[in-house]
Design a protein around this ligand. Structure first.
Ligand code: ATP
Ligand code: MG
Length: 575
């Protein structure tokens, strides 16, 4: 490609609208332009990055035996009503009516559509296992679109759906996708980890998120420093403490109400009473599917709503409002406690260990000291209800855990029979019995993957693209175009590389050297070849790798071969 005939509108200023580096750099390097909130045009060079990621995905999906098709963006409401999601998908689903007044939506995902196809086309166990995938534009009316392609409203996703006759087959399909995803993100040159994610009703370790490790990631992940356990924060299990408790021998003291005027929060109560937060119990009132529930966690712990929801088997979980708290506890927010409450009480395991602790008094401006389990109140059920902390140990091996941040680029999920059951995607098994197909679904955000690659690989001058994702592999910069020798040498290298299937950008613009260097750095092209008048006189050109500070001069005759070798070694380093 010749820069002068191409379109890469770069700029120097840091765009005020962009909060994270990848977004800033994608705008500055001329990869994307915003149309409106969460909606972007992929400019030519940006589109090249997108296509490169798509090709890697396609290649690995095909190798894994998945079959490509393409489904519509338009989706009729009927299918969503059949699955039940029309009612509870919420406002991310962009709904509208067509000219015949029929309800429809733009697809945020395609479980309904693929299940409809499969129920019509697949009737026998002989037609499975099968895995269909597509690379297609999704629409989700995200509440907070941000970070450019990272969280857009319109975005390109690879989504795949597997169909199996039994659990064993479904688990195998899942493992195949797990491996394909590892290959894909490895080939994209990303540092990533597959972490266990929340499976909600499915259970088991059949949901993994593929996280690109980056400090600006929206997701918090924990990993073990000793074994391979990694999980997103919501999912990470906490091992119950060992019993009997360390306070076991301590006598129970007399229950004692204390006046705590306007003192409500954990910080306020503990500093007022001069105790540490682990001596207090927080009582949180929730509404789980219309039932009021009180959840207890230790003062220094955070309740994990995902765990509580899954534990209660609830569809929805909401913190009670002020009025309901008052009705339930007899006191305004800030004074709830378990003693005397007439609702279901669930408690985190850590509570079991506590003695003579502080709780709210279920009375305005009152707390209780020396509260004790079983003597003053009873817990209906104990469970792992809290968010893991750095003091906890690995649930798998007991090793030390570390906290980090990640960007979720992919998600694999065993669906079971959720959709096949609802939409009646049934098949005849070997015994001639009609049963629902077992499904899995597997997504990758294509644009988010490109953004994550930039988030992970940049410096103050711009992007440092991993070569498989870069819009061009090599850029050739002739510094003095009016010098025939420079121009001809640059053209010759450009031709030789292009003829050998290297993606080269020849910067043949009539621009100052500084401008060309800056743009090459900003765009993050992995190999830069500089052709200058002095070098050419001595039969030399300069090669510099974007990720390294040193450059080296190589003889003209060997330049093309050396550059090709450099490109190859960049790919090889990712194997
Ligand atoms: P998130 O928790 O980030 O909202 P999700 O759980 O809604 O993601 P999935 O439904 O599993 O995401 O979608 C599969 C993949 O699509 C995600 O792993 C992510 O890479 C990508 N993706 C999801 N939402 C967006 C978005 N708004 N913009 C860009 N990519 C997205
Ligand atoms: Mg989402």
């Amino acid at each position: 490609m010749r820069y002068s005939k191409y379109f890469i509108p770069t700029y120097k200023e840091i765009p005020a609208e962009a909060e994270v580096t990848s977004h800033q750099l994608m705008l500055r390097a001329g990869l994307i332009r915003k149309l409106t909130s969460g909606i972007y045009t992929y400019l030519p060079a940006g589109l090249r990055c997108i296509k490169k990621v798509e090709n890697i995905i396609r290649d690995e999906m095909n190798r894994a035996g998945a079959i490509e098709l393409l489904m519509p963006a338009f989706q009729p409401a009927e299918l969503w009503q059949e699955s039940g999601r029309w009612d509870y998908y919420g406002r991310e689903l962009l709904r509208f009516k067509d000219r015949h007044n029929r309800d429809a939506c733009i697809g945020p995902t395609h479980e309904e559509i693929i299940t409809d196809l499969v129920r019509k086309e697949i009737q026998s166990y002989k037609q499975m296992p099968v895995n269909f995938y597509q690379i297609q534009t999704k629409f989700r009316d995200e509440i907070r679109p941000r970070f450019g392609l990272m969280r857009g409203r319109e975005f390109i996703m690879k989504d795949a759906y597997s169909f199996d006759v039994d659990d064993e087959g479904a688990n195998r399909s899942y493992e195949i996708m797990h491996e394909a995803y590892s290959n894909i993100f490895g080939r994209c040159g990303l540092k990533f980890r597959a972490v266990e994610a929340d499976t909600g009703a499915i259970g088991g370790s059949y949901s993994h998120e593929f996280m690109v490790l980056a400090d600006t990631g929206e997701d918090q992940i924990i990993s073990c420093t000793n074994c391979d356990y990694a999980a997103n924060l919501e999912k990470a299990e906490v091992k119950p403490p060992e019993l009997p408790s360390e306070n076991g021998g301590q006598p129970m003291l007399t229950l004692e109400p204390v006046d705590t005027p306007h003192i409500k929060s954990v910080e306020e109560v503990t500093s007022f009473l001069g105790i540490s937060p682990d001596r207090l119990i927080k009582t949180l009132i929730f509404v789980a599917d219309k039932t009021v529930v009180a959840a207890l966690v230790r003062g220094d712990h955070e309740l994990n709503e995902a765990k509580l929801t899954a534990f209660l088997g609830a569809q929805s979980l909401e913190l009670a409002d002020a009025q309901l708290v008052e009705e339930t506890t007899g006191a305004p927010i800030g004074f709830a406690g378990p003693a005397g409450l007439k609702v279901k009480l669930v408690a985190d395991h850590a509570i079991k260990k506590m003695k003579n602790f502080v709780t709210g008094g279920n009375k305005k401006d009152v707390h209780l000291k020396n509260v004790n389990l079983d003597r003053d109140f009873e817990v209906d059920l104990f469970a792992d209800l809290r968010i893991i902390t750095p003091q906890d140990s690995c649930p798998k091996c007991g090793g030390e855990i570390q906290f980090g941040r990640g960007i979720e680029v992919g998600h694999i999920f065993k669906l079971g029979t959720k959709y096949s059951h609802a939409l009646k995607a049934l098949f005849l098994d070997e015994q001639g019995k009609e049963i629902p197909i077992i499904m899995g679904c597997y997504g990758i955000g294509v644009g988010r993957t490109v953004a994550a690659a930039i988030e992970q690989n940049h410096d103050k001058d711009g992007i440092i693209f991993p070569i498989p994702v870069a819009p061009f592999e090599v850029t050739v910069l002739p510094l003095q175009l009016h010098e025939t020798a420079v121009k001809e040498t640059a053209e010759k290298i450009y031709k030789e590389l292009s003829d050998n299937d290297i993606d080269v950008l020849l910067d043949d613009r009539d621009e100052r050297a500084g401008v060309k260097f800056n743009d090459a750095d900003l765009l993050g092209i992995p190999v830069r070849v500089t052709v200058g008048v002095k070098g050419v006189k001595n039969g030399l050109v300069e090669i510099k790798m974007r990720g390294e500070s040193a450059s080296n001069s190589v003889p003209l005759q060997e330049a093309s071969a050396i550059i090709r070798e450099k490109v190859k070694s960049l790919y090889d380093s990712l194997k």
